[in-house]
Design a binder for this molecule. Sequence first.
Ligand code: FAD
Length: 468
Amino acid sequence: GRGDQHAEVVVLGSGPGGYTAAFRAADLGKSVILIERYPTLGGVCLNVGCIPSKALLHVAKVITEAEEMGDHGVSFAKPKIDLDELRKFKDGVIGQLTGGLGGLAKARKVTTVQGVGTFTGPNMIEVAGDAGTSTVSFDQCIIAAGSEPVKLPFVPHDDPRVIDSTGALELADIPKKMLVLGGGIIGLEMACVYDALGSKVTVVELMDQIIPGADKDIVKPLMTRIKGRYEDILLKTKVTDVKAQKNGLKVTFEDEKGESSSAIFDKVLVAVGRRPNGGKIEAGAAGVAVDERGFIAVDNQQRTNVPHIFAIGDLVGQPMLAHKAVHEGKVAAEVAAGHKRAFDARVIPSVAYTDPEVAWAGLTETEAKAKGIKYEKGVFPWAASGRALSNARSEGMTKLLFDPEDDRVIGCAIVGTNAGDLISEAALAIEMGADAVDLGHTIHPHPTLSETVNFAAEMFEGTITDLM
Ligand code: FAD
């Protein structure tokens, strides 16, 4: 039957995947309803993820660069931090973007319905909002309900001194001693912010390296820099207990030899990964299969096991990244509108916006070795880049991996300032099947960090003549 409202396409969740899918479907002539539980559009990415973290990382960069200029003849006073103003800056950025999305939705006649949506049948969602419950029916649906931070059973998550990434971005205060539990991208980005603001930061990671998805050599310059700045970085170490005490949070660690130790922190940021929201939407009522972890399986057209229901973004699998969600959102909307389209991207770049940044796209050396894939490489150390030296940040490195059969680029990893922007050239090269000569013969502007991609190709070719 029909719900209180009906649309040809209903999108559940308004993160980067959901709003992209809704806008694309509307642009292709479909009537669209977008269901979101929060009052603003944009999901995790705009409200409590990518955007606020980057606003604070920018501030962190300004602070640490100013500090380090002391070594080059220019000294500034110690920064005075007004947390209220800083929060206003961050919230202003979010407001501008979420407000913009609201306007874009109106312009496209996308109807937004606020409330928590759950399926009640193969063509029906019930939405529980502040004003009561209503029903929305659809011909086709795109599920884009995203993910949430993982909680740990031995951590007192209801203690206000235990925070997740959302809590960290709220900037309630600047703790004196902070533990970042989890050395992945989100944990390290927040560590970078709080270190710059003046906290003594300790990072603890279970694996034998930080950012476990990236090659070890690429992570090394970041590791060296934060080792010099942070209180401690504990690798191959497990947190086994966190106890709330009057004087702080007592954390128990267990190292690889099984030896225990403990320390007290003012705040603990838990950043051990994200969990898909697939298990929270009563997908079964629509016949949509959800696995035990909460992921929804899709084919290369983003279709679930129910042909008129699609799923996109964090809840369909790794990597949980905004640009992946956006790409999938376009594919789902176009397929729903009857276009011939499938997800056939060769690479999804990953970036840690730490200082220095760490970025990679396509094959990594670790993955190549694990899978026995043959490769050759070209590596350019930034110590030979005129621009990196001029920036007083020459610790970076650009690495290209090539297919030994035809010299085509199959992977790239970059560490250094602005690595996240630089990785796009390699992503384009891989998508277009470019080879070493293509990158080596393309004239890059001098002096730029982008030249390091050109130089890495020339290192591989053996044609590099003049460094810097
Ligand atoms: P989400 O953004 O999770 O949005 C899902 C939306 O659905 C939410 O608004 C939620 O309220 C709504 N919703 C869920 N269930 C229901 C329901 N039942 N009814 C109604 N509404 C519902 N990625 C990057 O690419 N780059 C970065 O720099 C980056 N930085 C990050 C920093 C942090 C601190 C965090 C936490 C994440 C970061 N990410 C980053 C990851 C990125 O935010 C996610 O990959 C992206 O937001 C996923 O988009 P999505 O559309 O799948 O879902």
